[in-house]
Design a protein around this ligand. Structure first.
Ligand code: CO8
Length: 261
């Protein structure tokens, strides 16, 4: 298996743990890191033994403290656009993943770090996590879709205030806004993310993929188009073995034995 420079990968019980590993730079995302994240997400899509993915940051202090400012400092307009487009494509790969991806946010999640968290399907934060889109304070706007995803997750005025002021906000506030599913004591974030991942990994994988596909259309389509697409995907459930197994098990008053096929 491929060795990565900036990413650690552990696989256990159908769950892959991807750790952004630049603790001396608070896991800031540089171009190597982004490319490796791109590669590992693609690789994990194709691993039949993996049914859920967790992304976290190395150490107790940071999830990801943003895009690497030292690297961005040398950008011009062209390279900035191209890096932004590439980052967006990697984060889209995360949000369009057919396997659920959980962000385990264990500290600072700033700028690109927040944007990565917003692109995950579910988010678990530790009480010491600190969020924010501080790009404005650096003379920037978000480039990894923060201007687009945050207003889809929050009331618009709240999102705009956060983007305009660059204010940091705590995990408790993120939880109050509904931005994170859970806010847990420091040190327990991975355990909670694993608990959630195990519960999801136990579900029939093909059906989970269909569900994520249906869910991903919420932002892009009208209710009536979304309903049409849902019907198509509902039909596809009946092409899987697990669909028959799930309903047979109910009728036979036994637990389903899903084979993820
Ligand atoms: N980029 C590069 N290096 C970083 C970053 C970063 N985002 N964050 C921290 N570091 C480095 C520091 O430079 C320092 O390195 P060194 O020891 O070599 O000087 C090391 O990590 C430790 O950081 P601090 O000493 O600053 O630690 P503190 O505990 O004092 O502070 C903070 C922690 C508050 C998190 C502080 O480091 C900070 O403010 N970091 C920057 C946060 C930020 O502004 N993030 C947003 C960046 S912009 C962005 O993400 C845009 C995304 C879209 C890009 C689109 C591309 C075109």
């Amino acid at each position: 298996m491929k060795e990565f420079q900036t990413i650690l990968i552990q696989r256990a019980e159908s769950v892959a743990l991807v750790t952004i590993n630049r603790p001396d730079k608070l896991n800031a995302l540089n171009s190597i890191c982004l490319k490796e994240l791109d590669e590992i997400i693609t690789e994990l899509q194709n691993e039949s033994g993996i049914r859920c993915i967790i992304i976290t940051g190395s150490g107790e202090k940071a999830f990801i403290a943003g895009a690497d400012i030292a690297e961005m400092h040398a950008f011009n307009e062209e390279s900035a656009i191209s890096y932004s487009l590439y980052g967006q494509s990697v984060f889209n790969k995360i949000s369009n993943s057919r396997k659920p991806i959980i962000a385990a946010i264990n500290g600072f999640a700033l700028g690109g770090g927040s944007e990565l968290a917003w692109s995950c399907h579910l988010r678990v934060a530790s009480e010491n996590a600190m969020f924010g889109q501080p790009e404005i304070l650096l003379g920037l706007i978000p480039g990894f879709a923060g201007t687009q995803r945050l207003p889809r997750l929050l009331p618009r005025a709240v999102a705009l205030e956060l983007l305009l002021t660059g204010a940091r906000f705590s995990a408790a506030t993120a939880h109050k806004y509904g931005l994170v599913n859970y806010c847990v004591p420091q040190g327990e974030v991975l355990a909670k993310a694993r608990e959630l991942a195990s519960a999801i990994a136990a579900q029939p994988a093909e059906i989970v993929a269909l569900l994520l596909k249906a869910f991903s259309w919420v932002d892009e389509n009208s209710l009536s188009d979304g309903q049409l697409m849902e019907s198509q995907l509902f039909g596809k459930c009946f092409l899987t073995k697990d669909c028959k197994e799930g309903m047979s098990a109910f009728l036979e008053k036994r637990k389903p034995n899903f084979t993820h096929s």
